[in-house]
Write a protein that binds this ligand. Structure first.
Ligand code: DX5
Ligand code: ZN
Length: 224
C-alpha cells in the first residue's frame, strides 16, 4: 500500500497538535512540511522552527519539502530540527549530486523534486543516488490547486527508469492536487508516497478524509 503524507500547509495552525494527532491515529505514514521562501516559489510558509515544533508532537517521519533557492545553506538546520527526509528541487540545484550527498552525510534520506515542466529523464543520472523522487503534480507554491494529469505519465516513466536500475529505490512520491478522484490513478501508475494537503485538512474531519483517501488508494490497486 502506498504511504500517505498529509501536508500541514492546509492544516489549522492554531490546532496543529490536535490535527496531527488525528491524522496519526487515522493511519498517516509521514507528515509533509512545505517550506517556501518567496523566491523559488511565490509563497512564503515556515522554516525550521515549525519542523522542531512538529517534531515534539509526533514520532512519524517528517518529510521536509524545500521549495527554496540555495537549499544547501539550510540542510543542517532542517536536519537538526528533526527532518527525516529532505527533498530539494532539481530546478534549484546546479550541483544536485553534491547536495544529495550533503543530505545523506547529515543522516537524512535524500529526495529530489521535479516541477511539472521538468522531464523525468533529467533525473536519470541521479536516480541511483537518491531515496525519493518527488513528482510535482502542480506548480509548487500553494495548496488546493488542480491536479496536472500528465504527472501520472511521469510517475509511470519514473517507475520504468527505476526498474532499469534493478532496485526498490528510490521511492516515488507525488504532490499536488491529490483528491479522492486523483489518488487512484497515481497509485495505479506506481506512486509509493502520496502527499495530500487540502484533501485531508481543507474541509470536514481530517481523520475521515484520510480514511477515504486510503480506501480509494486500496481499491485502485485491487482493481488495477
Ligand atoms: C504545493 C505543496 C504541496 C501542497 C499540496 O506547493 O508542495 O505539498 O501542500 O497541497 P494540495 O494537496 O492541497 O494540492
Ligand atoms: Zn509539498
Amino acid at each position: 500500500m502506498p504511504l500517505i503524507a498529509p501536508s500541514i500547509l492546509s492544516a489549522d495552525l492554531l490546532r496543529l497538535r490536535e490535527q496531527i494527532d488525528a491524522v496519526e491515529r487515522a493511519g498517516a505514514d509521514w507528515i509533509h512540511l512545505d517550506v517556501m521562501d518567496g523566491r523559488f516559489v511565490p509563497n512564503i510558509t515556515f522554516g525550521p522552527l515549525m519542523l522542531k515544533a512538529v517534531r515534539h508532537v509526533t514520532a512519524l517521519p517528517l518529510d521536509a519539502h524545500l521549495m527554496i533557492v540555495e537549499p544547501e545553506r539550510y540542510l543542517r538546520v532542517f536536519r537538526e530540527a528533526g527532518a527525516d527526509i529532505i527533498t530539494v528541487h532539481l530546478e534549484a540545484c546546479p550541483h544536485l549530486q553534491h547536495v544529495v550527498h550533503m543530505i545523506k552525510e547529515l543522516g537524512a534520506k535524500a529526495g529530489v523534486a521535479i516541477n511539472p515542466a521538468t522531464p523525468v529523464e533529467l533525473v536519470g543520472d541521479i536516480l541511483g543516488d537518491i531515496d525519493l523522487l518527488l513528482v510535482m503534480s502542480v506548480n509548487p507554491g500553494f495548496g488546493g490547486q488542480e491536479f496536472i494529469h500528465h504527472a501520472t505519465v511521469k510517475i509511470q516513466d519514473a517507475a520504468g527508469l527505476r526498474k532499469n536500475l534493478g532496485g526498490g529505490a528510490p521511492l516515488i512520491e507525488v504532490d499536488g492536487g491529490i483528491s479522492v478522484e486523483t489518488i487512484g490513478p497515481v497509485c495505479a501508475a506506481g506512486a509509493d508516497v502520496i502527499v495530500a494537503g487540502n484533501a485531508v485538512f481543507g474541509h470536514g474531519d481530517p481523520a475521515a478524509n484520510l480514511h477515504e483517501l486510503k480506501r480509494m488508494a486500496a481499491s485502485s490497486l485491487t482493481t488495477a
